[in-house]
Write a protein that binds this ligand. Structure first.
Ligand code: NCD
Ligand code: ZN
Ligand code: ZN
Length: 354
């Protein structure tokens, strides 16, 4: 079979994205809107987006920051806290703009963010979410310092997620940014209301990437990259065609000095080359024909939103990744593969590949 040179797919959506606010948002938004129609926007701002009013206002700021003429739909997620109650769930599900509620276990979050200290305190809100069919999005890691950092995800599955799925059998749950064989297995074996997002960095890189010739702060994210056997299994699941797995970049902008730091922030910025890097990953798995399901269909179907009707086209061809993305006066972001190359390129909208 001849090597494929182009690939046209329904316009994809990003089901896990950090846009931040202000200058950073203005700098990163065009990176996402160049190829994604919609994105589930994470609520971990300072302070977090915890109420419908805050989500509506944040959505307004995102729309106001869009480049002229660009069509893009931000889908909002609320930050779950112990204080979240059934009335707020009802309000969120009526709002039309809130599509999920995000659980960050306490201690995962950056300083100053509450997180959830004991999941039991959220049971009334979760029961209401199940009733209103409002999905729960989960950062699935325990935070106890007694649990090895590489075991944080799989321990969470046993301690928190399995009981949650059993207690709320109709609640739609998305396990975000899965990084382990155990998470793949958990999602595969769970009922259809449990799904997962997969980042491109967890598909392409193993934990050796953290120490390639020295310590690599731009490869540090949470969940931390795992050993090769886990990467291979995450790649296999994401490229298998199983509709439980869909695209969520977790593209997470941090200014360079906050990552290149004695206590560097967690997060990889991938929006600048997201769909192109996913194409690399799918090609690596010999599954380019399954990229469209993963990137453009499975997530929309899970969230019960219409599939996008526009298309994008990718063509084979190396292009150089910038060393830096400028952020107004504030500084710069170092994108994944900075100074390197990517093997697939996005054709300009409407352009026919050569
Ligand atoms: C995210 C961020 O920077 O907000 N960082 C990360 O490493 N994934 C937080 C998150 O997704 O948990
Ligand atoms: Zn997370
Ligand atoms: Zn994230």
């Amino acid at each position: 079979m001849a090597t494929r040179q182009t690939l046209t797919l329904a316009k994809p959506d990003d089901w896990h994205l950090h846009l931040r606010d202000g200058e950073v948002m203005a700098a990163v938004l065009p990176q996402t809107t160049r190829c994604f129609a919609r994105a589930m926007v994470m609520p971990n701002l300072h302070p977090p987006i915890a109420t419908v009013e805050q989500a509506v206002a944040y959505r307004g700021r995102i729309l106001a920051a869009l480049p002229p003429g660009v069509r893009f739909t931000p889908l909002m997620a609320l930050y779950l806290s112990d204080a979240f109650d059934a009335a707020q769930v009802a309000q969120a599900s009526r709002s039309g703009c809130v599509h999920g509620v995000k659980l960050y276990p306490k201690g995962i979050a950056t300083a100053g963010q509450p997180g959830v200290s004991a999941i039991e305190r959220c049971y009334p809100a979760l029961a209401a979410m199940e009733e209103h069919d409002l999905p729960l999005l989960v950062h699935g890691e325990v935070t106890s310092t007694l649990v090895d950092i590489f075991d944080r995800e799989r321990t969470f599955l046993d301690e928190t997620l399995a009981p949650l799925v059993a207690r709320f059998p109709r609640l739609r749950i998305v396990l975000e940014h899965i990084s382990t064989t155990e998470a793949v297995r958990f999602v595969e074996q769970a009922p259809p209301n449990v799904a997962a997002t997969v980042t491109v960095h967890h598909m392409l890189m193993n934990r050796n990437s953290l120490f390639e010739g020295g310590i690599r702060p731009h490869h540090y994210c949470i969940p931390v990259l795992k050993r090769e056997s886990h990467r291979a299994e995450v790649l296999r699941a994401a490229t298998s065609g199983n509709p439980k797995f869909f695209l969520g970049t977790d593209s997470a902008p941090h200014l360079r000095h906050t990552k290149e730091n004695a206590c560097g922030c967690a997060g990889a910025f991938t929006a600048h080359a997201a769909i192109e890097l996913y194409a690399e990953a799918f090609e690596m798995a010999g599954a380019l024909d399954r990229l469209e399901g993963f990137a453009s269909h499975h997530g929309a179907d899970f969230y019960r939103l219409p599939r996008n009707t526009e298309t994008i086209t990718l063509e084979r061809g190396q292009w150089p990744v910038a060393e830096r993305i400028a952020v107004g006066e504030a500084g710069e972001i170092v994108p994944l593969r900075a100074g390197g190359t990517v093997a697939w390129r996005l054709c300009a909208a409407g352009a026919q590949p050569a």
